[in-house]
Design a protein around this ligand. Structure first.
Ligand code: AMP
Length: 395
């Protein structure tokens, strides 16, 4: 895998695609800097070599040039994290940008305006990609969160750099970590797949079934499986059009000798509210008017036992409505079990928007082996798909 470590950037302009799609509050202040911190190592190495850094990213889903989606709102945070002055140009292609790039000195950083102010970015327009490509000598892709998109700046652009293209340190680490789960894993391997929707995770379950020994299914999606097996799930979340599919998955797992664990008991509530009345009940005996919102104590002990015996752990999706205190326990205890297993030498990878949020909420982030920055991109890799942003560098 070719990374920035294979290049010396002295006197070179590094055009880096980063994923600065960070959340902003009403006052347009950055509320979570994880994605900026994640590319700090890449930027530092290039500056240390004596190179010039040109950063390009998208932010949100602008319809036109709207100030609330301007990357200028990120300048102070990027400066604080990289500990250098950051120059900014209010466009990403054209004469003004080219002049700024020409004036850029070794060791300086230039941040371009939101790529998605041009619809050509998402269209993967080749002329737009060519205009961007003019700005750099070496193309670096460090935007894992966008690697599953064949956009101008994430994939199409790479063809203009012949051999002068590579992965940034973040993207390289993401690829290595996911491959560690899929290919080089120490056994036994356990995947925990939770969250609300079966539909969004079904392909992941299908693909990883060949790679893992055990799959723990939790969260709202578990009830589709429980109902499919004839259980009473009351008013729990369910996708009735996925019942057949759920049975097929269970049958396939049996054939492949992959163990699938569903919750055996749950915390059921009489309303989707932190203050609802609750009871602990078997997962397949939930009465009408009640819904399962978290895993119950027996399930949590079982999960902890499975995790303790695992050498490789993948966690994607919460086991309950962890945003509400009354229903956080299953997710939290799972997190503790993963931390303990990691401390004992297991490799643990956490990814997917909501499990990352959970890991942060419970302060687990630095106690697992790796927290992925990409939601959709990670899921697509786990589904066994080739990501355009990665292929463009490899080809
Ligand atoms: P997803 O986006 O599919 O990963 O789902 C994440 C969401 O699933 C979180 O916001 C959780 O609150 C929610 N969730 C987890 N378990 C349940 C459950 N038993 N019932 C309803 N929602 C749930």
């Amino acid at each position: 895998m070719i990374t920035i470590n294979d290049f010396n950037f002295k006197d070179k302009k590094a055009l880096i695609r980063v994923d600065f799609n960070v959340p902003l509050n009403q006052k347009l202040e950055v509320t979570d800097t994880t994605r900026i911190e994640a590319v700090e190592a890449t930027i530092s190495k290039i500056l240390k070599d004596g190179g010039k850094v040109i950063l390009m990213s998208h932010l949100g889903r602008p319809k036109a040039k709207e100030d609330k989606f301007s990357l200028r709102h990120l300048i102070s945070k990027v400066e604080a994290i990289i500990d250098r002055k950051v120059r900014f140009v209010s466009d990403c292609i054209g004469n003004e940008v080219e002049t700024e790039v020409k004036n850029l000195k070794n060791g300086e950083i230039l941040l371009l305006e939101n790529l998605r102010f041009y619809k050509e970015e998402k269209e993967g327009n080749i002329d737009f990609a060519k205009q961007l490509a003019k700005l750099g000598d070496i193309y670096v892709n460090d935007a894992f969160g966008s690697a599953h998109r064949a956009h101008a700046s994430t994939a199409i652009i790479a063809q203009f750099f012949s051999k002068n293209k590579c992965f940034g340190l973040l993207l390289a680490k993401e690829i290595t970590s996911i491959n560690q789960i899929l290919n080089n894993s120490k056994k036994p391997v356990t995947a925990i797949i939770g969250g609300a929707k079966v539909a969004s995770k079904i392909e992941v379950i299908n693909h990883i079934m060949d790679k893992v020994d055990t799959i723990i299914i939790g969260g709202g999606m578990a009830f589709t499986f429980i109902k499919a097996q004839g259980g009473n799930i009351g008013n729990s979340l369910v996708e009735d059009d996925k019942l057949e599919l759920a049975l097929e998955i269970l049958a396939k797992a049996k054939e492949k000798k992959t163990r699938i664990y569903l919750p055996i008991d749950v915390i059921a509530a009489d309303a989707f509210s932190n203050d609802a009345n609750t009871m602990i009940i078997e997962a397949n005996e939930i009465p009408d008017g009640w819904m399962g919102l978290d895993t119950g104590p027996k399930t949590n002990i079982g999960n902890a036992f499975v995790i303790a015996g695992s050498k490789t752990i993948l966690w994607n999706g919460p086991l309950g409505v962890f945003e509400m205190k009354s229903f956080e326990k299953g997710t939290k205890e799972l997190g503790f079990a993963i931390i303990d297993a990691t401390a004992e030498g297991a490799f643990s990878l956490v990814g997917g928007g909501d499990s990352v949020a959970a890991v942060k909420q419970f302060n687990f982030a630095d106690k697992v082996s790796y927290v992925s920055t990409g939601g959709g991109a990670m899921l697509e890799m786990l589904e066994g798909r080739k990501l355009p942003g990665i292929e463009a560098i490899l080809n």
